[in-house]
Design a protein. Structure first.
Length: 500
């Protein structure tokens, strides 16, 4: 990466018709807007299908795409839906927020109509997609079809024969649910087709896409159901320990994520084949990838599966550099951003340094005593060139909201660092953005809310909470030429302009 800048915005937060951001015309307009703003990168969140809580970090598959992101407008243009059908559906009344319950009820009904009218089984491109992706798509589409048959409950509650994948049960459900399976495959085909078209357009405009993969997969996922040998599960395929992180300044009881932990010895003995397949696939989808919770490859926090909080957890050793050496052998040099935030030990720092991947620097952590990391790591004068600087991430408060939540002493510390005692609070966000823009970090990623000066009502996620997250959206009126011009001036001023 050369010295450059980008914007963090989830696909779901794009302005678009029909209730949620997707791969519609609005996404292409956003790419054009990014170019006008002098940006080089668009960073998104994981694109997988989401379940309870709507978190993209708890997906039904690490390989599949979220059907919510399929553009209904494109399906109208194909002739498999009508505009009247889309307009008639109820996606919620608030264009600045996603109503997931209404999206679930409305979008799947429309997508099913599109599938039934598509004659997709006669489509050579579709058949080729199914064949080329059968190594994950076959299990995923069966998983989702069976999940629907059992009323959407987690697979751990299914009948024993299909829960444990007995061969006679697998054959029975593949026959019984043939059209449900094909529907799932159709949605994955349309997702992939539309996403790759959008990616190609972005790349043509000089915008590169930064994807995001969680280190862990969800317990209720096709990955865990189809490959229990990869995870710390018992003979009934139930977890013996789960993932999370220890107590810190943000949570007195830590975070209990509930994801199954890996059997790293098994992965090592197979040459990390599953991981290589996973990484190879995501580098087809994205130009660069942020790996969430990178410190878990050095040490991971193991919590007893029956625990109610993370307090009783302990640290275990991860695979370390061996995995990334194997990745380089198989895939060559790839652009990875290591999410190395939180409590960082010397061994974590060593792993990041040995990998050669840029780590993350979050400005808010430099002045916030709640963070468990070292504040000096996040002061801009200490940023190394091989790092990616953020004002905050999708898990943080917006700059404006954060400024209001920290103590008076912390605000004074920040003003002293800025050598600025007079700028009104309303304009301090620009000062903070400029602060990291002029750092040595080769890439600066700014959440769009911080450029707009928005408060915590526009926050993407508040960790350890459910039901209030992943909802915020831009409206069409937000992405103005004036805002693009202001951002362009900033990146030009600090040598981060995209001239491509």
């Amino acid at each position: 990466m050369k010295r450059s800048a980008g914007i963090l915005l989830p696909v779901a937060s794009l302005p678009s018709k029909y209730g949620i951001g997707c791969f519609s015309k609005s996404a292409y307009e956003f790419v054009d807007w990014l170019r006008e703003a002098g940006q080089s990168f668009w960073q998104i969140l994981p694109l997988g299908p989401t379940g309870y809580g709507d978190s993209p970090y708890q997906s039904f598959s690490t390989f599949a795409g979220n059907p919510y992101f399929i553009s209904l407008e494109e399906l109208v243009e194909e002739g498999v839906l009508t505009e009247e059908e889309c307009e008639k559906a109820d996606f919620g009344a608030d264009p600045s927020s996603v109503d997931y319950e209404k999206i679930y009820k409305s979008r799947y009904g429309l997508l099913r109509k599109a599938y039934e009218r598509s004659n997709v089984s006669e489509n050579e491109s579709y058949r080729r997609f199914v064949e080329e992706n059968s190594w994950w798509l076959s299990d995923y589409s069966l998983f989702m079809a069976v999940k629907d048959r059992f009323g959407g409950i987690p697979w751990t509650g299914w009948s024993e024969d299909i829960r444990l994948r007995w061969s006679n049960a697998m054959d029975y459900y593949r026959r019984e649910l043939y059209f449900e399976i094909e529907f799932q495959q159709y949605m994955q085909y349309k997702f992939y087709e539309q996403w790759m078209k959008l990616k190609a357009y972005a790349n043509e405009k000089g915008i590169r896409l930064i994807g995001d993969i969680p280190i862990y997969v969800a317990m209720d996922s096709a990955d865990t159901w189809s490959h229990p040998e990869l995870f710390q599960l018992d003979q009934d395929n139930r977890p013996t320990a789960v993932a999370g992180c220890p107590p810190d300044g943000f949570s007195a009881t830590g975070q209990l994520w509930g994801n199954p932990l890996y059997r790293w010895e098994y992965h090592k003995n197979t040459g990390y084949d599953w991981w290589i397949s996973r990484l190879s696939y995501v580098f087809r989808l994205y130009d660069a990838v942020r790996i969430d919770h990178f410190r878990g490859f050095d040490e991971y926090f193991s919590i007893p599966a029956d625990a109610k909080t993370a307090v009783s957890g302990h640290w275990e050793k991860g695979p370390g550099m061996e995995l990334f050496q194997r990745m380089k052998e198989c895939l060559g040099e790839k652009e990875v951003i290591a999410e190395d935030l939180g409590y960082v030990t010397d061994s974590v720092r060593q792993l990041v340094n040995e990998s050669g991947f840029p780590g993350m620097k979050v400005l808010e952590f430099a002045f916030d005593s709640r963070d468990s990391g070292c504040a000096n790591d996040y002061l801009p004068h200490n940023y190394t060139e091989n790092s990616v600087a953020y004002t905050g991430t999708h898990d943080n408060e917006t700059l404006a909201g954060w400024w209001k939540s920290i103590t008076q002493e912390e605000r004074q510390l920040a003003r002293d660092y800025l050598c600025d005692q007079t700028t009104p609070q309303k304009y301090l966000g620009q000062s903070f953005i400029s602060l990291i823009m002029r750092s040595r970090a080769k890439l600066c990623i700014i959440p769009i809310q911080d450029y707009m000066g928005l408060g915590n009502e526009c926050r993407i996620n508040c960790p350890s909470t459910v039901g209030i997250n992943w909802k915020w959206r831009l409206t069409r009126a937000d992405l103005t030429e004036e805002l693009a011009g202001q951002i362009r001036e900033i990146v030009l001023r600090y040598g981060r302009m995209n001239w491509g």
